[in-house]
Ligand binder design. Structure first.
Ligand code: MLT
Length: 265
């Protein structure tokens, strides 16, 4: 399905009934990331999975795509499809950065948070420099300049070795992201604010899920968030990298299902 927002058309999946779960994908991915959740959780949950601007089937605009801009898009999206009740926001990696921006702007819309493979800290100077260099390569050579290198880091070494089918699936997802979005995300993430000071003020139920072998965001970042968010719980999944919902969907779905059960229907 597509819905026109202010300056682009947003593609999304809306499936199931129950507690509303807004699924926010990471970089450079699309809502296809959430297929194992959309397939398995729709009997107890209404899953809302948009493609962020420029990703998948959503149309692109020139960047930067700041985390605030992407959060504003989600706010307009919920309005346009008539969602008035608070939603549980589940963000993976960059989707987690967007979830922090969404919570700080629209706390009334948030019933709970699922922070997956993400961190609250801003980029280090080296991290910012890495983004500038990646963007430079993409401008000159196209997205293929970074896809294979990034793919090697997205999943755990174990998944990479044993699941060539999954590796191909993720490559295909990465190839369905526009060049504008690669550049827009990189520049937006580079400028994102440090969210650590807001952690102690989060007052909705929060679940943190992280892969023990995440090569992009070390699992220590999850422990830091756990220590600062009041009442948060955490699931560290062994043998899993940056994409726990794809690498071990049964464990991920079980943790999410249990968390959602506490919200009633
Ligand atoms: C993501 O998975 O969304 C990104 O790798 C996050 C990042 O680059 O900081």
């Amino acid at each position: 399905m597509h819905i026109p927002l202010e300056d682009f058309s947003m593609a999304y999946t809306d499936k199931g009934q129950g507690t509303h779960l807004l699924l926010v994908h990471g970089f450079p991915l699309t809502r296809q990331l959430w297929k194992p959740q959309i397939d398995s959780l729709s009997d107890k949950t209404r899953l809302l999975a948009p493609d962020l601007r420029g990703h998948g089937e959503s149309s692109a605009t020139p960047g930067p795509y700041t985390m605030d801009l992407l959060a504003d898009d989600l706010n307009v999206f919920l309005d346009k499809i008539g969602i008035t009740q608070p939603v549980v926001v589940c963000g993976l990696s960059m989707g987690g950065y967007v979830s922090f921006a969404f919570y700080s702007k629209f706390a009334d819309r948030v019933a709970g948070l699922i922070l997956t493979s993400t961190r609250a800290a801003a980029d280090t100077p080296e991290g910012k420099q890495g983004r500038v260099e990646a963007a430079e390569r993409i401008r000159k050579e196209g997205i293929s300049a970074i896809v294979e290198g990034l793919l090697l880091k997205l999943m755990s070494p174990e998944t990479y070795k044993k699941r060539p089918d999954l590796v191909s699936q993720v490559r295909e997802i990465m190839e369905h992201v526009s060049k504008e979005a690669y550049l827009g995300d990189l520049m937006g993430m580079k400028e994102r604010p440090d969210a650590r000071s807001m952690l102690s003020q989060i007052n909705v139920p929060t679940l943190i899920i992280h892969g023990a072998d995440d090569q992009i965001v070390p699992s220590q970042e999850a422990r830091t968030m756990l220590a600062s968010i009041p009442g948060a719980s955490m699931e560290i999944i062994p043998g899993v990298g940056h994409l726990p919902n794809l690498e071990k969907p049964e464990i991920f779905n079980h943790a999410v299902g249990q968390f959602l059960a506490s919200f009633g229907g």
